[in-house]
Design a protein around this ligand. Structure first.
Ligand SMILES: Nc1ncnc2c1ncn2[C@@H]1O[C@H](COP(=O)(O)OP(=O)(O)O)[C@@H](O)[C@H]1O
Ligand SMILES: O=C(CO)[C@@H](O)[C@H](O)COP(=O)(O)O
Length: 577
């Protein structure tokens, strides 16, 4: 790490890892470190960062594991000689929707930490009324989601109010389920944090407010009125469903105020971190946000640009001036800039579903490891939509080893169809596993293309640039198929920045501390200092004439085939081979 000047930390508490990244005022990344939950903290017994209870459709993570990960990452930073005294601001990104339930003693414990001990020793279990946090892959809340949609007159109206229709993973339905299933632990809860505000609370030494963007992943906050939605808070607060003003008031208190300014200095870092690790006592704690909102802060994003995040989940993100809500996708408040919104689609069967196909292809060829070579060869050496020639049928597949968010499919399954692109006739089909490599990436990209169309200029309906981030962004075969389907008239780029969520968080901390006034916008400050050399690599031409149009021809057939899967008109295969 270079010798002098302030640095800003961004942390990313995501599904499988805790990552940290430090930047200097000129946006140069000077330090990165990560802790993997499965590999570095095996005593918790999680797989890919979570516990799965198939019987009840629950997916959750132990809060203690995240705290131990923070102890460990700080220790690793120290061992590598990181100079904590230069850190002037910290912000974070958290996997979205997860909730943390603090005990009545939490504030006292948080504000009296002894630097002689670890965070884990002091906080867990004392500071929590529930030792787990529901994960975004959880799908145990069907009845609660139905109640949320019904409460405001349907998923259209819920989306209009909160930016999203009812979703299993959203925090409001999760809180309602907690109220119903764990009434004692709920009444022993002093405050409820999101994963992002939980992370900020650890550094702040008191419960941090929920931020203005991540709050939109709860189905509880009304984006139009910019306040908690009283109808939905009342609903989430009572197990019985009949309104109870006392219970509603209690939930308001547990949730606290939402911080409207993404760049607010919430206060100095807790003295624990000053004494134990040598942070300066004036290091500012800035609101943490969701991992997806944080990702759009990793570069100055233009209106027609899209970010595709190829992480555990696969998401497509765009920044937009239009508040154009629909139950088909999510709209969030922008994490830093009032008047802007973030558009998002999130696929649960993203990276993990691609991995299943990769492993099946490898197994069929007698390859024992988890290498991507055969998958990549199969994805790029096959023809567009698996069509042997102009007159043959297109292969369209849907691969949902887990219940899917987009589209809303409750039963896991694998579905393969052949579609006549001229007549849009569809029939169930079977093919060799190698054809699935191209089909899964095409299918995910077609879903993104069709659903993001309303956000694009109708006269120019493809993104300007597509930026790839996340673990899968280093894979050129994925980039090629995404480029073919989505286009991108300036091309497909890889953000060569380590972890984009952590980087976005570090930039947010930098902007918050160094902005000349509260009116200096994030885009202006970062835009002025941003130099894309070394940070952005063009990996593929985007638009290929003729190819992009071919994918346009399948849009109707694709949507019809997907409709059959959603309605349950066809039975999916339970295994890939
Ligand atoms: N070479 C690769 N090709 C395709 N996918 C990859 C490759 N390397 C990693 N991945 C994917 O990246 C995912 C992890 O992404 P990452 O962004 O690090 O995690 P998280 O979503 O938890 O933040 C893995 O699930 C894996 O599917
Ligand atoms: O549920 C969503 C977004 O709505 C997920 O994107 C989570 O935010 C977790 O992300 P990763 O751990 O895959 O980065």
């Amino acid at each position: 790490m270079a010798a002098s000047g302030p640095v800003y930390l961004g942390l990313d508490l995501s599904t499988q890892q805790l990552k940290v990244l430090a930047v200097k005022s000129n946006l140069e990344t000077v330090f990165e470190e990560a802790v993997s939950f499965d590999d570095d903290l095996p005593s918790y017994g999680v797989r890919k960062g979570v516990f799965v209870n198939d019987k009840d459709d629950e997916v959750y993570a132990p809060v203690a594991m995240w705290i131990e990960a923070l102890d460990l990452i700080l220790q690793r930073m120290k061992t590598r000689g990181f100079d904590f005294s230069r850190v002037k601001g910290i912000s974070g990104a958290g996997q979205q929707h997860g909730s943390v339930y603090w005990s009545q003693r939490a504030e006292t414990v948080l504000s009296n930490l002894s630097s002689e001990k670890t965070l884990l020793e002091q906080l867990s279990p004392a500071a929590f009324s529930w030792k787990f946090s529901p994960n975004w892959q959880d799908h145990s809340t069907s009845s609660q989601v139905a109640a949320f949609d019904a409460c405001v007159g349907g998923d259209d109206l819920l989306a209009k109010a909160t930016g999203s229709g009812g979703h299993h993973r959203f925090t409001g339905p999760q809180i309602l389920r907690f109220v119903q299933l764990h009434p004692e632990e709920y009444s022993a809860t002093s405050r409820i944090s999101l994963v992002s505000s939980f992370l900020a609370s650890l550094f702040l030494g008191k419960i941090a407010p929920i931020d203005i963007s991540d709050v939109c992943g709860m189905n509880l906050f009304n984006i139009e009125t910019e306040t908690w939605d009283d109808r939905l808070i009342s609903l989430a607060a009572t197990a019985s469903g009949s309104p109870n003003p006392k219970a509603t008031k209690a939930l308001y208190e547990k949730l606290g105020e939402v911080e409207p300014d993404g760049g607010k200095n919430l206060g100095p870092i807790s003295s624990y971190f000053v004494e134990k690790w040598g942070f300066p006592s004036d290091c500012a704690i800035i609101p943490s946000t969701g991992d997806n909102p944080s990702t759009i802060l990793a570069l100055p994003l233009h209106p027609q640009d899209a970010i595709v995040s190829l992480g555990t989940s696969t998401t497509i993100l765009m920044s937009t001036e239009k508040y154009y809500p629909s139950p088909a996708y999510h709209m969030f408040n922008h994490p830093t800039t009032p008047g802007l919104y973030m558009f998002m689609l999130c696929y649960k069967n993203g990276g993990l579903a691609r991995e299943e196909i990769r492993d099946a292809i490898n197994k069929a060829s007698g390859v024992e490891d988890h290498s991507w070579a055969l998958f990549n060869k199969a994805a790029t050496e096959t023809s567009v939509l698996g069509k042997a020639d102009e007159n043959s049928k297109a292969k369209v597949g849907f691969y949902f080893p887990l219940p899917e968010i987009v589209p809303n499919v409750h039963s896991p399954g694998f579905y393969r169809f052949e579609v006549d692109t001229k007549s849009n006739e569809i029939e169930s089909a079977a093919w060799d596993i190698t054809a699935d490599a191209r089909a899964i990436v095409e299918s995910q990209a077609l879903s993104m293309r069709i659903r993001s169309a309303p956000l694009l200029d109708p006269k120019n309906p493809q993104p300007r640039r597509v930026y790839l981030v996340g673990g899968g962004s280093k894979n050129k075969a994925l980039a090629k198929v995404l480029a073919d389907v989505l286009g991108g008239y300036e091309g497909v780029y890889k953000l060569d920045v380590g972890n984009a969520c952590a980087l976005g968080a570090a930039y947010k901390a930098l902007w918050a501390v160094e902005r000349s006034s509260p009116d200096e916008q994030f885009e202006d400050l970062i835009g002025k200092r941003w130099n894309e050399e070394g940070k952005v690599e063009k990996v593929m031409d985007g638009y290929t004439k003729g190819v992009w149009e071919k994918y346009g021809e399948i849009a109707q057939g694709y949507s019809d085939a997907e409709g059959r899967v959603v309605k349950g008109d066809v039975k999916g295969d339970t295994s890939l081979i």
